[in-house]
Design a protein around this ligand. Structure first.
Ligand code: FMN
Length: 381
């Protein structure tokens, strides 16, 4: 490949650069990966109407989310442990986002802390929260996010337990391995010198950023994943949303809704936005793709709250399809993770700019000059 042209090219570059275990951690999904596949297939099934002879000499891709003016209806989704993919990856991605004027969302389980990302950028990045059993720890994290002027709190609700990901198990993540297998495990890392230099030599400390005070002695992805499942509170209910609403003064977004009644309950609970999401097919497998349920959810609550969507967005065409079905903007997870793994900050910038160009080209070819004009009428029945 002389020059990467698309997000899938960045995926290929990431595959070549990362140890197999880390590539699979990003690329894979839960169980048989049916939902992971459905997110993509169902997007690709939607065909756009070509429209001609409209004046498309000026195109405006900008939008406003939670009073924040953005250059694109795009948000970088929270990606846990991203700092294992490239040196200080969360800070690098936040810098790319700031330059592109789209929000970056920092995961609770980022390698970089809230304060490190704050130091790297001036723009108001978003913070994603997983509820931990110890509400004191949660309160303290919220105070740090507020002090860092985070633009929104994204509360992820689709991970009461961690989905089973066969690829991770096969790669020995969190598994006690016999000695020979341990050698093979180490070999997978040894044959990736560029990654070793970037992340292991130059990307330290490889700790749990924001939570590093709370996690002692975690030395591997397996340890961190184990700690995560042991610490997360699987007893969270709508009552906790009330609690959170009182604790957090800024925009509050629930991420991980796939059901119309849940979306209505979210509106009742007073949240500012929802993300229609199945965690990129990493949690419940054999559930519905996000783009399939999006029109129903947007139809039910789209006039009462800000509806965002993620899952399978790999191009400006995909973004157009989701906007057409009622999303105000979309999050991308793997797309930026591939970019940062392949080429750090420049890779994330390239991914965002690729999606921007694709959106512009698509808008010109469907005859729409601003994103607000992209509605269901741009799709074939
Ligand atoms: C490697 C990886 C790690 C993720 N970690 C988190 C996380 O820490 N918190 C969270 O809310 N979602 C997490 N997600 C889900 C993403 O935020 C997002 O919902 C999903 O990636 C969207 O699908 P896409 O990857 O097809 O764009 C993760 C996704 C991936 C691929």
């Amino acid at each position: 490949m002389l020059a990467p042209a698309s997000v899938s090219d960045y995926r290929e570059l990431a595959r070549r650069r990362l140890p197999q275990l880390l590539f699979d951690y990003v690329d894979g999904g839960a169980f048989e990966e049916a939902t992971l596949g459905a997110n993509r297939i169902d997007l690709q099934r939607l065909t756009l109407k070509q429209k001609v002879l409209r004046d498309v000499s000026t195109l405006d891709t900008s939008t406003t989310l939670f009073s924040q003016a953005l250059s694109l209806p795009l948000i970088l989704a929270p990606v846990g442990f991203a700092g294992l993919l490239a040196r200080r990856a969360e800070a690098q991605a936040a810098v790319s986002s700031e330059k592109a004027n789209v929000p970056f969302t920092l995961s609770t389980v980022g390698i970089c802390s809230i304060e490190e990302v704050r130091q790297a950028t001036a723009a108001p990045f978003w913070f994603q929260l997983y509820m931990m059993r110890d509400r004191g720890v949660v309160r303290e994290i919220l105070a740090r996010a507020a002090a860092a002027n985070c633009g929104a709190l994204v509360f992820t609700v689709d991970l009461p337990v961690l989905g089973t990901r066969y690829r991770d198990v096969r790669n020995g993540v969190g598994v006690r391995l016999p000695n020979l297998a341990k050698l093979e495990f180490a070999w997978n890392f040894a044959i990736r010198p560029k990654w070793l230099y970037d992340v292991v030599a130059k990307g330290r400390p490889l700790t749990f950023g924001t939570l590093s005070g709370a996690v002692e002695g975690a030395r591997s992805l397996g340890d961190l994943l184990k700690w995560t499942s042991a610490t997360l509170d699987s007893g969270v209910t709508w009552k906790d949303i009330e609690w959170l609403r009182n604790e957090w003064q800024g925009p509050l977004i629930l991420k991980g809704l796939l059901d119309v009644d849940d979306a209505r309950d979210a509106v009742k609970a007073g949240v500012d936005g929802i993300v229609v999401s199945n965690h990129g097919g990493r949690q419940l497998d054999a559930t519905i793709s996000t783009v399939s349920i999006l029109p129903k959810i947007a139809g039910a609550v789209g006039d009462k709250t800000t509806v965002l969507m993620d899952g399978g967005i790999r191009s400006g065409q995909d973004l157009t399809r989701a906007l057409a079905l009622g999303a105000k903007a979309c999050m991308i997870g793997r797309a930026w993770a591939y970019g940062v793994a392949a080429r750090g900050e420049a890779g994330v910038t390239a991914v965002i700019e690729t999606i921007r160009r694709e959106l512009q080209t698509t808008m010109a070819l469907i005859g729409r000059t601003c994103v607000a004009d992209i509605d269901a009428s741009v799709l074939h029945d």
